[in-house]
Design a protein around this ligand. Sequence first.
Ligand code: ZN
Length: 299
Amino acid sequence: MRNGRVSCCVRPGPFSVEAAEVLANENSDGYRLIVELRASSTEDFERALRASMTGRDPVGEGGATAPPPRRFTIALDAGHGGADGGARGVNGTVEKQITLLFSLELAKKLEETGLYRVVLTREDDRFLRLDERVRIAREKGADLFISVHADAIAIRSVRGATIYTVSDKASDAEAAATAARENLSDAIAGKVPEDEQDEVEDILVDLIRRETHAFSIRFARNLIGELSSTVQMVKNPHRYAGFRVLRAPDIPSVLLELGYLSNPKDEAQLRDAAWRSRTMDAIIRAIGYFAKANGGAGG
Ligand code: ZN
């Protein structure tokens, strides 16, 4: 099943992923995702999924050497960067700068707990395509992916944080518009990658993403539970749309819009170290619940 062009006839049911790799196309632009699947029992599937969440090898077969014990790994993705500045605040705050500052501070706080390993997709002002952000998280073995943003919209009075998960169908028109804006990042690179992945995605949506997606939603709820007592949230703070940066098939992923740079109060909060610190504490609590529920952190 290498090059698995499964375009029909896949019997619904659990599969185990024997191997998955992303390779550059030899004769054209873009990449292809190669996934080797094997029919599996529901029980095996869930065991493998739990193991993948905690980084433990469930079967230990295939000649792989036993991985060293590892900590629950969180990928923090500072939105935008380089030529892609992102949104701009009413008082001049640039999204790419505030997302980087927030991500660096959050990484430090997470590391200080001693419970987590943190991967940053960028640590400086550089441009990264959305798929590169996903690839970095996957290569570094992330168990959770958090993309940090602070959007701006035309209606200045709108404020509050929003948690997004990925979905082909958007929760509402505003979520769809947000995803469209965030996905524009790739256009700045001058070349929008593929949709080479689409055919493969048809398989993954059914076989892997569905399971990962349930974890993404669980974490989004953890996050809302903790943030809503600390931070002003938008109405219906869990929303979903087709964010390219949330498309890792095997890493629970959320995009956190910390607030609206188009709102002066939100912008001022984002520039306030005490507000950021409180917000990070809430995020760390949410990560703690999520990691513990999935057999991850806790020592
Ligand atoms: Zn953004």
